[in-house]
Write a protein that binds this ligand. Structure first.
Ligand code: PRP
Ligand code: URA
Length: 364
């Protein structure tokens, strides 16, 4: 486990105790200071450094120390993806992990003694996040982070939400019941195309020398990575061209599934994947993640055929769908344009956009 540690001039009283505890657990430590007493240092400076390290996944957990643990947690919570709470007693450490899945723990040098540090950290690191209803609540909190991208990782694969104004504007139009089939189809492609920028963000780059008209330079090229996109029929087809317009060399597989209207369970009727699926970065496409049954089954089918590195790309998800997919496939990153409220009695997403397949193909 990698820990990012930071403190100000009062929190420094607890620092030796924290370092000793981390060493006893053999945790890897990245120390962002303060390294010595300086009465004029400001806790937000170190809070932002530690919070960025956690949000960027350079550290699994952050520990921040100031006078009370209060101000430094307020500062850390300004960084999207950070959940920081002061834990100056055992119950706070337990509940902050079990219900809030905090990724930054803060403590106060004027509130607790160095002897209290190890039991509090023990309680935090030995408590499991309970998941369930708490995931739904954490997701709602994350949605309030008004960035163009909200990345959540609550102990499983990431959930990446595109809050970009262009995407949200187009989502507003496709939700509208009066939008025509033609416009709906065009906008689904456009949104999928815009999402490609983020879903491909972690593709590795290599350097190569290029001669420009002016000089030689080192330019970047995407490392021989192979992509596959796999739409779930029917509605996933609506996203294919938008993605191929940006990554035209991706291979396309198809999985045919429909939801039994009574049981809401997925029924498979088709599966054809690229022959070298095991070597490819795979993006499963389905606009709607409702109960999650269809997407979870599609991912299982791909794994059975050798697929390994799989992400899921949807337009709208319900919290139930995210929970279902991550229960079966905890490592899968889920990219969505909107996290909606809940499912109705018929398993439709509320507010959602209705039946995506029917709206794309005009079948109702
Ligand atoms: C829709 C949608 C998803 C599925 C989502 O497909 O396109 O595949 O429902 O629901 P779930 O998360 O509860 O499984 P549908 O069964 O309507 O088939 P279609 O795309 O062929 O219309
Ligand atoms: N499938 C859809 O197309 N829409 C929903 O809201 C749920 C499942």
């Amino acid at each position: 486990m990698k820990i990012a540690l930071g403190c100000d001039h009062i929190g420094i009283k607890l620092k030796d105790a924290v370092v000793a505890y981390l060493a006893s657990r053999k945790f890897e430590l990245n120390d962002f200071g303060a390294y010595e007493f300086d009465k004029d240092d400001d806790y937000p400076d170190v809070a932002f450094k530690v919070a960025h390290a956690v949000a960027n996944e350079e550290a699994d957990v952050g520990i921040l120390l100031c006078g009370t643990g209060f101000g430094i947690s307020i500062a850390a919570n300004k960084i999207p993806g950070i959940r920081a709470i002061p834990c100056n007693d055992l119950n706070s450490a337990k509940m902050a992990k079990a219900h809030n899945n905090i990724n930054v723990i803060t403590m106060g040098g004027n509130v607790i003694t160095p002897e209290q540090v190890a039991p509090i950290l023990d309680m935090y690191f030995n408590t499991e996040f309970e998941g369930g209803r708490h995931i739904r609540r954490l997701n709602k909190i994350s949605m309030a982070e008004h960035s163009t991208l909200s990345v959540q990782s609550h102990g499983s694969g990431r959930v990446v939400i595109f809050n970009h104004p262009l995407v949200q504007h187009k989502m507003g139009i496709i939700r509208d019941v009066n939008t025509s089939v033609k416009q709906f189809r065009e906008l689904v492609q456009e949104i999928a195309g815009l999402m490609v920028y983020e879903i491909t963000r972690s593709l590795p780059l290599t350097e190569k020398e290029v001669q420009t008209p002016i000089a030689k330079t080192i330019a970047h090229t995407i490392e021989g990575k192979k992509l596959a996109i796999v739409p779930v029929l029917r509605a996933g087809l609506g996203m294919v061209d938008g993605i191929l317009s940006i990554v035209p060399n991706a291979k396309v597989g198809h999985i045919g599934l429909y939801r039994d209207p009574e049981t809401l369970k997925p029924i498979e009727y088709y599966c054809k994947l690229p022959f070298d699926i095991e070597d490819r970065d795979i993006f499963v496409l389905d606009p709607m993640l409702a109960t999650g049954g269809s997407s979870a089954e599609a991912i299982s089918l791909i794994k059975k055929r050798g697929g390994k590195k799989i992400s899921l790309v949807c337009l709208i998800a319900a919290p139930d769908g995210i929970e279902c997919v991550h229960k079966v496939h905890p490592e899968v990153d889920i990219f969505i344009a909107s996290l909606d409220s809940h499912l109705n009695d018929h398993g439709y997403i509320v507010p959602g956009l209705g039946d995506a397949g029917d709206r794309l193909f005009g079948t109702k």
